[in-house]
Ligand binder design. Structure first.
Ligand SMILES: *[C@@H]1O[C@H](CO)[C@@H](O)[C@H](O)[C@H]1NC(C)=O
Ligand SMILES: *[C@@H]1O[C@H](CO)[C@@H](O)[C@H](O)[C@H]1NC(C)=O
Length: 319
C-alpha cells in the first residue's frame, strides 16, 4: 500500500519536470550486437547521473538521443553529412573474421577469386571484406558478393550466413560475430574451414558518439563525461572478468555462453588512444574508401581530426 502510494507520488512528480528530464538520458545502439552490450550494462548498473534509457538504433538516430554507439563505418557515413557529430570514446576494436570453406578449394585469400562471398552491403562488414581481399590483390569484380543476415544463436534462418555457408550457397563470408563462429560450427568445426583476419587491414572501431552542441552545454557535458567514466569502468569488467559478464550478455543478445567465450578474444575492449594519430590515420584511409562507394568527396584530414574529440575522456580522467 505504501509502495503504491510512493509510486503514485513518483508519477505525479514527473509532471513537474522538463520533457528532457522525463525522457531521461537516451543511449542508442543496436541492441543485438555484442559491441553494444557495455552500454546496456552501464545504463543499468553504473550510470547514476540520470535515468539512462536504451534506444535500439545507432548513430543514425543521434539527432534525437544523447549518445550513440556504432562502428566507425557508420560514424564516418553520418559525419559526412552531420559535422556536429563527435567520436568521443572507443568501446571496442574487433578484428572481423572471414571464414572460407576448405571444401571449396580455398587455402589462401587469393583462392577467393571467382567465389561467392557473403557480406552485408553498406556495412562495416563489406568494408572489411573489400579491404581484406584487396590486400590479396582481388578487386570487387573478382568475386561475387551475396547478401545475407546475421545469426546470433542456432537454429539459424535460411537467409543467414551460417545456413547459406552450410548449404554451400556461399563459399565464404565475413561479418561481425557471432555469425562467423556459428558458420564454423555449422560446417563441422575449425578443421573444415580457413579463417582470415588482419586487424591492421581492417578492424571494427566500435565507438561512442555525441553531438558538439551537447558537449558545449555544461549540464549535458557533465552527464556525458560521467557516462564515459562509467562506461570505462564497465570495460574493465569486460576485459578482466568476462565470466561475470557472459550471463548478462548471453541473455540480452541471445547468444549461448560457449559461443561468446570463443569470440571474446577477437574483441579488444577500450579505451583506445584518441590522440596518438593511429585512429585518425585509420579514419582517413577508410573515409577515402567510403567516399568512393558512397559517391561523395573524401573528407580532409583536418575535418576528420575534428570528428575525434578526446576532451571528454580527458575530463573523465579527472573524476
Ligand atoms: C596484415 O596486413 C599487413 C598489411 O597489408 C601485412 O603487412 C601483414 O603481413 C598482414 N598480416 C598477416 C598476419 O597476414
Ligand atoms: C579507463 O580504464 C583504464 C584501464 O583500467 C584506466 O587506465 C583509465 O585510467 C580509465 N580512464 C578513465 C577515464 O577512467
Amino acid at each position: 500500500m505504501q509502495l503504491k502510494g510512493l509510486l503514485r507520488f513518483g508519477a505525479a512528480a514527473t509532471l513537474l519536470l522538463s520533457p528532457q528530464q522525463v525522457l531521461g538520458f537516451k543511449v542508442s545502439y543496436n541492441i543485438l550486437w555484442i559491441e553494444g552490450t557495455p552500454l546496456d550494462y552501464t545504463n543499468k548498473n553504473l550510470f547514476k547521473a540520470d535515468t539512462a534509457t536504451t534506444v535500439d538504433g545507432g548513430i543514425a538516430t543521434l539527432g534525437s538521443v544523447d549518445l550513440a554507439g556504432n562502428a566507425e563505418t557508420q560514424g564516418l557515413k553520418q559525419y559526412a553529412t552531420h559535422k556536429n557529430y563527435r567520436l568521443i570514446y572507443v568501446i571496442v576494436e574487433v578484428a572481423y573474421r572471414l571464414v572460407a570453406n576448405k571444401a571449396a578449394g580455398i587455402k589462401t585469400l587469393a583462392d577467393l577469386k571467382g567465389k561467392r562471398i557473403g557480406t552485408i552491403a553498406g556495412s562495416s562488414a563489406q568494408v572489411f571484406v573489400h579491404t581484406l581481399l584487396e590486400s590479396a590483390g582481388l578487386k570487387a569484380g573478382d568475386y561475387t558478393e551475396v547478401n545475407g543476415g546475421v545469426c546470433m544463436r542456432p537454429p539459424c534462418g535460411d537467409n543467414t550466413f551460417p545456413s547459406q555457408f552450410k548449404a554451400r550457397k556461399i563459399d565464404a563470408f565475413g561479418v561481425w560475430e557471432t555469425s562467423v563462429e556459428l558458420g564454423i560450427e555449422a560446417v563441422g568445426g575449425e578443421s573444415n574451414v580457413v579463417v582470415f583476419k588482419n586487424a591492421s587491414v581492417y578492424r571494427e572501431v566500435y565507438s561512442l558518439y555525441a553531438k558538439a552542441e551537447d558537449l558545449k552545454n555544461p549540464t549535458m557535458r557533465k552527464k556525458i563525461v560521467q557516462y564515459v567514466k562509467n562506461l570505462n569502468q564497465t570495460l574493465d569488467l569486460y576485459r578482466d572478468q568476462p565470466e561475470k559478464i557472459y550471463p548478462g550478455v548471453s541473455k540480452s543478445i541471445k547468444v549461448d555462453v560457449p559461443v561468446l567465450r570463443n569470440v571474446w578474444e577477437d574483441h579488444r575492449w577500450g579505451p583506445t588512444s584518441l590522440t596518438d594519430g593511429v585512429l585518425l590515420d585509420y579514419l582517413v584511409k577508410e573515409d577515402r574508401y567510403l567516399a568512393k562507394t558512397d559517391k561523395r568527396a573524401a573528407m580532409s584530414r583536418a575535418e576528420l581530426e575534428k570528428f575525434i574529440d578526446p576532451s571528454v575522456y580527458e575530463d573523465a580522467l579527472k573524476l
